[in-house]
Design a protein around this ligand. Structure first.
Ligand code: CP
Length: 309
């Protein structure tokens, strides 16, 4: 049974929320999904709430999705991008945020390259903090929208077989997905080259595989991640071409499985590297449904956290 309110004032990571929190977010998102498919998509739930979107790192989907979610809930929204701010003149994170908060901001959505940056803020300021991705640590709203999208396809995720492919070592999406899926009772396998899988990841209760075809044959859902070259300070794979040869998911491979499979990707996609265009655009793929669900799931999170103010 889900709770009537969240157990937490912030969303810093899936590690810090309960299974009941996740179920409550999903049930609330079901309602908001219905709202955003109406001709009039706006509700007054967060009128008088001011939300700052602070992005210290690039984003397309997460930033637009949060802004749309906030506007659909009638919140007042301010957007901040580090590249065009006084951070460039040496201002610290805390000074930047305190200046923004002194303008009476109630909630902060933050993406930052440093793991733990949202948790640091939560210790110093009074506003609700939502982690929109912190370095290689967590990306909780992505994991929630991923699991919500899987639940739409498969129903209850307990016992369902979910595989996460690719650069697990550098992926905050992978870590948040693992925490979320394990809390919901799914079986999880991570698959990729040995150099891109953390040594002790089995301690999180996941299986490890280095064989793409065997893992695709095993799973109900394949969540395919990109190689995060921007986070790699040394070479982890001989070449992108070799990676694609061994770990790229293409239509010929999927057809050879002769089974139903759900293909997911958090984006941005590198077409022709980890996923071929004919798979990304195939009937198996729910990549754009993930993006659509992101707005409803983020509306649910904002609405529920506002209730904790
Ligand atoms: N999935 C995701 O976080 O995409 P963006 O980096 O575009 O926000």
């Amino acid at each position: 049974m889900s709770a009537s309110q969240l157990s937490t004032k912030h969303l810093l990571g899936i590690k810090y929320i309960t299974k009941e929190d996740i179920q409550l977010i999903f049930e609330t998102a079901d309602n908001f999904k219905e709202v955003i498919n109406r001709p009039i998509k706006k509700v007054p739930s967060l009128r008088d709430v001011t939300i700052a979107n602070l992005f210290f790192e690039n984003s397309t989907r997460t930033r637009i999705s949060f802004e749309l979610a906030e506007k659909r809930l009638s919140a007042d929204v301010v957007n901040f991008s580090a590249s065009s701010s006084s951070v460039k003149k040496g201002e610290t994170l805390l000074d930047t945020v305190n200046n923004i908060l002194s303008m009476k901001v109630d909630m902060v959505v933050m993406r930052h390259p440093a793991p733990g940056a949202p948790a640091f803020l939560a210790q110093h300021i009074d506003a609700n903090i939502i982690n929109a991705g912190d370095g290689t640590h967590e990306h909780p709203t992505q994991a929630l929208l991923d699991a919500f999208s899987m639940r739409e396809q498969l129903g209850d995720l307990k016992g369902k077989k979910i595989a996460i492919f690719g650069d697990i070592l550098h992926s905050r999406v992978a870590l948040s997905n693992i925490f979320c899926l394990k809390k919901l009772g799914a079986e999880v396998t991570v698959c990729g080259p040995p150099t891109l899988i953390p040594k002790h990841i089995g301690a999180l209760g996941v299986n490890v595989s280095y064989n793409l075809k065997e893992t695709l044959q095993w799973c109900d859902v394949a969540n395919i991640l990109r190689i995060q070259l921007e986070r790699q300070d040394i070479k982890y794979i001989p070449s992108i071409r070799e990676y694609t040869q061994y770990f790229g998911v293409n239509k010929r491979l999927l057809d050879s499985l002769n089974k139903k499979i759900v293909i997911m990707h958090p984006g941005p996609i590198n077409r022709g590297v980890e996923i071929s265009s004919d798979v990304a655009d195939s009937e198996h793929s729910i990549i754009l449904q993930q993006v659509e669900n992101g707005v409803a799931v983020r509306m649910a999170i904002l609405f529920l956290l506002a209730g904790k103010r």
